[in-house]
Write a protein that binds this ligand. Structure first.
Ligand SMILES: [Zn+2]
Length: 366
């Protein structure tokens, strides 16, 4: 029995009431929309699985191909949670309002060169980078559970996730990329980047749900790619180390493979937006982490957050590779090379967070 089943007593087909409530706070609307879109993707990819929302007291038996989706609203004061999410939103806004000017004298420093610490002038943004990334990687948005053939969504972490990933980042990325050299208002930049309202929770959620369905499916990630893309993928797999990480990578690969079919077929425009969200959130992670050049921030950027989960940005690169078959495998190779180089640095042992994350990254389960 998994720990989750122990907590939620879900050894039977339908889990016990405890811990599950009907989400009344608006997230239910987003969850319903996301389930409908995820089903659209699955159908278009010829996967016969379907997701169905289940309220706490629903006892209808699942059909053979159905996976139940429950929303767990964690105990605690709604007011306190709202305050926390608001604080997170303020942090993101603060981050986005910073100016990042780089010193050209250090522009050739790579992330494995220590001179890279001098690249950005002005206030040190590393702590904001670390905090923002940690908020995403430590958010436990969902869990798949085989014993009850269900997916459990955690309402509070979904809100955290959206506060960071769903914020309008396009303008910030544009401004930061060109360091004030071009004025986004007068330059010819795509409209979508200037009028970005961020991403709705439901589009992010579709990607989460497809990943969770992946935990219920037998599916392997080697077969779909060839040539350099497959080499890059095998390189990635080689460093996964623990069973849990391999399983997470497998679930990611399933979701990406579904989208590699559905996103290029005839699906609704709303569902198509969820395809862009996957690629776009990788870009956001890249954008956020780019400005953290201290030792600590580089460790957070390149190493895995724990022995259970692969690096968040790395997962995005792999997902993109699988979604758009074989595109840009060099991005993935480059990330892995830089990470390997970073892990050899003698200073790692003197920086506690680096040592901890390096061990989590290269840990091999017996
Ligand atoms: Zn997972």
């Amino acid at each position: 029995m998994s720990l989750l089943c122990f907590l939620f007593a879900c050894a039977l087909t339908v889990p016990h009431d405890f811990g599950y409530v009907d989400a009344q706070d608006g997230s239910r609307i987003e969850v319903d929309a996301a389930i409908a879109m995820a089903n659209e993707h699955l159908g278009a990819a010829n996967i016969r699985r379907q997701l169905v929302y289940r309220g706490a007291s629903e006892r209808t038996k699942l059909a053979d191909n159905e996976i139940a989706v429950y929303v767990v609203v964690e105990p605690g004061s709604a007011v306190a949670i709202k305050r926390e999410i608001e604080r997170l939103r303020t942090k993101v806004l603060e981050f986005q309002s910073r100016d990042f000017q780089f010193d050209p004298a250090f522009q050739d420093c790579s992330d494995t060169d220590d001179c890279v610490e001098n690249l950005y002038k002005g206030p040190n943004v590393a702590s904001l980078v670390i905090e923002t990334i940690e908020k995403i990687t430590n958010s436990h948005v969902a869990e798949a559970n085989n014993d009850c053939r269900c997916v459990i969504l955690f309402a509070r972490d979904l809100q955290r996730y959206q506060a960071v990933l769903g914020a309008p980042w396009a303008r910030f990325l544009l401004r930061a990329r060109f360091s004030g050299e071009i004025d986004p208002d007068t330059s010819k930049v795509p409209d979508i980047m200037l009028h970005d309202d961020g991403f709705a929770l439901r589009w992010i959620l579709v990607n989460v749900l497809l990943h969770e369905v992946g935990h219920h499916e037998k599916w392997f990630m080697y077969e779909v790619l060839q040539g350099p893309a497959q080499n890059a993928l095998q390189n990635y797999r080689k460093f996964l180390g623990t069973e849990r990480k391999i399983e997470e990578a497998r679930a990611d690969a399933f979701g990406a493979d579904v989208m590699s079919k559905s996103c290029f077929s005839n699906i609704s425009s709303d569902a198509k937006r969820s395809c862009i969200t996957a690629v776009y959130s990788s870009m956001v992670i890249f954008g956020i982490t780019l400005w953290g050049k201290t030792k600590e921030a580089r460790c957070v950027r390149y190493f895995d957050p724990s022995i259970d989960y692969p690096n968040f940005h790395l997962r995005g690169l792999v997902r993109d590779l699988l979604m758009v078959k074989g595109s840009r495998p060099e991005l993935l190779e480059d990330f892995l090379d830089t990470r390997a180089g970073l892990s050899q640095k003698p200073w790692i042992k003197d920086v506690p967070i680096c040592l901890k994350l390096k061990q989590a990254t290269f840990f091999k389960s017996a």
